[in-house]
Design a protein. Structure first.
Length: 326
């Protein structure tokens, strides 16, 4: 079962999260593989998109926000774009756009940063945005401070959190065809106070630095094979058996991470209206209908000539319906 666990280290300014996606991640891959036009993702793309999905859920679970979190990588290699969107309620969807062949064993820079123009973006898009209100977006290149290419998504996002959020963060990510998983350890902002159980929190100073450094080192000892192969309880016990951990109610089942797409026939209709009547008419003339497939879930939406024409009939001013013949 797909699940997300939150925990806090008592008396220390450090929190953590662990996410494991099983059937929800498998559904993403199965939907893509069932697409007769595109077929399945190459193995390196499946691994990248799985790590992005786990990371996006960890980032979303780390904030109090009513809206969508979108994690994107814009590439200048064979992977032009990889996107994961997390909606309220931990519903997520993911897709990638390929413009070239991805070789077996391709690295992050090979796929998305061949010429140094790759970028990673984290966007927060609030629900019910007011007119003129823009989503918040943080953007970082896929290189470190010295300009060297980063080859692991975890390093990219750790760099993003330091640059954009000023938060020391440690990430361990892994994905295969069965599981996408991630572990996050993060130092809390220096604000003092007490932990939920009443123990004083070391908010700053050498002791707090040592706390975070020790916990980050323990997290980094987790191998990809262990992250993918062990259950959540075993992982947390193996890593932090000597640490005072306060666990919170896990998010799983209907309240946990799960695949969900927000596409709809009406949204597709709005997109077609934005193209204009002439463009839609030319598609109908050429293909006999308009067919649009959702890149996230694979759902196909078809509009026959009459339905396509009705898209451009104003709701107000339509001719009244005459009496039906009995």
């Amino acid at each position: 079962m797909s699940e997300l666990h939150k925990f806090h280290f008592q008396g220390m300014p450090v929190r953590g999260m662990l996410v494991r996606l099983t059937e929800a991640w498998q559904e993403v891959l199965e939907r893509r593989a069932a697409n007769a036009t595109t077929g399945a993702y190459p193995a390196p793309v499946r691994a990248l998109l799985g790590e992005m999905t786990a990371a996006a859920l960890l980032l979303y679970g780390n904030i109090k926000f009513d809206g969508a979190l979108i994690l994107q990588i814009h590439g200048d290699g064979p992977v032009k774009l990889a996107v994961v969107e997390v909606q309220p309620g931990m519903r997520f969807r993911a897709t990638a756009t390929l413009v070239g062949e991805v070789p077996e064993g391709a690295t992050l820079s090979t796929m998305v940063n061949q010429h140094g123009r790759g970028r990673c973006a984290v966007t927060l898009d609030p629900q019910g945005r007011q007119p003129g209100q823009q989503p918040y977006q943080g953007l970082v290149p896929l290189v470190d401070e010295a300009g060297r290419p980063l080859e692991r998504l975890a390093e990219v996002l750790e760099h993003y959190m330091r640059q954009s959020e000023q938060l020391d963060t440690t990430l361990v990510l892994a994905a295969d065809d069965r599981v996408a998983a991630g572990l996050l350890i993060q130092r809390l902002p220096a604000q003092g106070g007490t932990a939920a159980v009443g123990a004083p929190v070391r908010a700053h100073g050498e002791e707090a630095d040592d706390d975070y450094a020790r916990l980050a080192m323990l997290a980094k000892s987790l191998t990809p094979q262990e992250l993918l192969g062990l259950d959540s309880e075993t992982i947390l016990r193996r890593l932090f058996w000597q640490e005072p951990i306060e666990r919170f109610e896990p998010l799983l089942g209907p309240s946990g991470p799960r695949f969900g797409c927000s596409c709809s026939r009406e949204r597709v209709a709005q997109m077609l209206r934005s193209l204009g009547a002439d463009e839609v008419r030319s598609i109908v003339d050429e293909q006999g209908q308009v067919e649009v497939g959702c890149e996230f879930c694979g759902q196909q939406y078809r509009f026959d000539p009459i339905e396509a024409t009705q898209l451009f009939v104003p709701a107000v001013g339509q001719p009244p319906v005459g009496p039906q013949v009995q």
